[in-house]
Write a protein that binds this ligand. Sequence first.
Ligand SMILES: [Cu+2]
Length: 405
Amino acid sequence: MKLHSILAPAIAALFLATPAWAAGPKAYVGNFKDNTVSVIDTAASRVIATVPVAAGPDGIAVARDDTQVFVSGSSASSLSVIDTASDQVSSTVEVGRGPQGLATTPDGRWLLVAVNGDDRVAFVDTATRAVSATVPVPKPHTIAIRPDGKQAYVSSQAPGNFALVVIDLPTRAVTASVPVEKTPRDLEFGPDGKVLYVTLAGVSAVQVFDPATNRMVAQIPTGVSPHVAHHFAGTTAGVVVVQGPGELMLFDPATRVASGRIAVGKQPHWVDVLPDHKKVLVTNEGSNDVSVVDLAGATVSTIPVGNAPRKVAAQHRAGTGATAKVSIDNFAFAPEQLAIAAGQSVTWTNNDGAPHGIAFADGARGMDLMLPGQGFSRTFAKPGVYEYVCSVHPYMTARVAVDAH
Ligand SMILES: [Cu+2]
């Protein structure tokens, strides 16, 4: 009505004036040939900012507390650090020549940087952004950190000496160098840390590696040029970015058999999961866009970004504001796993046709009967993992992970 017609342009202008504003968690995409990062609001599925960074953006990692994003300039010698509140570069860290892959430790304290041109892995303190140690590794390319934080595996691309190099993180010492036959491309731990998914140049299969014995134990055939394989925590299917056919291949992590193939853009490069554990983003280096893939429905939408998008990393938390939301729908909590910060609240809403309820394992007050349309909120002051079930249907299980930041 009249009031609305007056207010709408004012509200629109407010949002245009604050480009960093996002309704949902944000994702950061490095445009290799533009020397920029595209910032995507994943709720609105659009780019809300474009940030100039160090030349040749290659590795990208979002800090575990979501406050900063690290981007390695592989044609430079520095990392650009983006402050996620303003979506501007807040500092530049000199790390050595040609930094490539990045990984953060589970406690959020350290960023490991594959300094390819200087044959070492650098440890950057995420709070002070100072390089505090380096470990020699020949031609390091990508880094995977075991979920328990005890070891890092580094793909080492020195010609004639291709290897997976193991760094013991508490002592920062190389404890093993496992030879591989072809150039290692990427490596990623499964969520329990018991397998490492490795891709090798020229091999049309993902190598399943056992970090307990440091041996390859299985192969998952993929099609030409698998680049990265992941089994993200909180998801049932594993995913492989297959460059030749331009596909995201799904696989069953238990049987190690392909379970689906979803067409994405040209020359897909990288993948990351959104905090809802239902959608993943795939960068398409050859078509200058990002595919948003809904894993359950196998539906795809496309977001145009800059020139030659390579790495993508999404924020880890569903809620960017003070309140995160869980919907009860079709006899399930969505999302089943939610990560928030201590002090944040979670609001549950029964969007189903049947009555449900909430019972917390820690004995805190829940809600025995939540009729359709009703809601419930709880504020989580202390870090921990809070399991809960539906009090009406105890098979409906879910959890809230609260971290210290
Ligand atoms: Cu229920």
